[in-house]
Design a protein. Structure first.
Length: 272
């Protein structure tokens, strides 16, 4: 990554921005042109590789989603998201599914349980892939941009915010999908909650979260490469269960979801 690339917006190339916050010694700014919030300067490839070298161990200390014990909660939450997006109960039956950023394979297992014809996953973390392969799952640690073949569904669950060049992934997803194919994305979303929390927002995570989108920005960039928005849902009040009593968190999460300003966004996109 050149010096210019490290400082200009990776999505639109603009250098104009406003300061958003500083977190753990890193600076986040918002692009004046496309409104994407980015880490500035972008982390180097070496920094990113070093971060993901022990990603599974690092994340398991914060959440059990990557563990066998976390599968029930993971599958429950994903089924809630499918219902909120309006996906039918048999949405994945007979489909070929590629999960980009599959981690330890929770979503691959869910898709196999949901009747998908073929389920494949890729991830940058060799540690996570080793765990997924030990579970008998079809996955490998390769660059998504090297993937070939046609797919009915491509999923990116909490992935796009990790990417230095997210437009490359959107374009490649469009190229790999069959006509009318689906791209399902879930990602943190810039908006009322992130602005209220400031630097304390749970999704400002230097090196890990590089580009963070407003909903309008993500939909616009997806449309620019040939996707149409079928449906969306926003949820999450920005409060972690460790910091807020469970009844309070449930109430605030419900308000954020019903009011449509949650800090997590799920999109159902269709290849035109």
């Amino acid at each position: 990554m050149s010096e210019h690339d490290a400082w200009a917006c990776a999505l639109c190339g603009s250098g104009d921005h406003r300061a958003v916050c500083e977190k753990a010694g890193a600076r986040y700014v918002q692009c004046a042109r496309c409104q994407v919030v980015r880490q500035q300067p972008y982390p180097s490839a070496a920094d990113i590789d070093a971060y993901y070298a022990n990603y599974q161990s690092h994340k398991n200390a914060q959440s059990d989603y990557l563990s066998d014990a976390g599968y029930a909660a993971f599958s429950r939450d994903k089924r809630f998201t499918f219902a909120d997006l309006g996906l039918p109960a048999d949405a994945f039956t007979g489909k070929t599914v590629l999960d980009v950023g599959c981690a330890t394979g929770q979503f691959l297992t869910l898709m196999a349980d949901s009747g998908a014809a073929r389920v494949r996953g890729i991830d940058a973390s060799a540690e996570c892939i080793a765990t997924a392969k030990a579970r008998g799952l079809d996955c490998e640690s390769i660059d998504f941009l090297d993937v070939q073949g046609q797919h009915d569904v491509i999923t990116m669950w909490h992935l796009i915010e990790h990417l230095p060049q997210p437009l490359d992934y959107l374009r490649h997803a469009h190229a790999l999908l069959a006509p009318g194919g689906w791209l399902l994305i879930e990602t943190p979303v810039i908006g009322m909650v992130s602005e209220a929390f400031g630097a304390n927002w749970r999704y400002f995570m230097p090196t890990e979260h590089i580009n963070l989108f407003t909903m309008d920005a993500l939909v616009r960039h997806a449309a620019g490469v040939g996707f149409s928005l079928r449906s969306h849902i926003r949820f999450g009040s920005g409060n972690d269960s460790e910091a807020v009593p469970a009844p309070n968190k449930r109430a605030m999460d419900l308000i954020a979801k019903k009011a449509g300003f949650g800090d997590t966004l799920a999109l159902w996109l269709i290849k035109n």
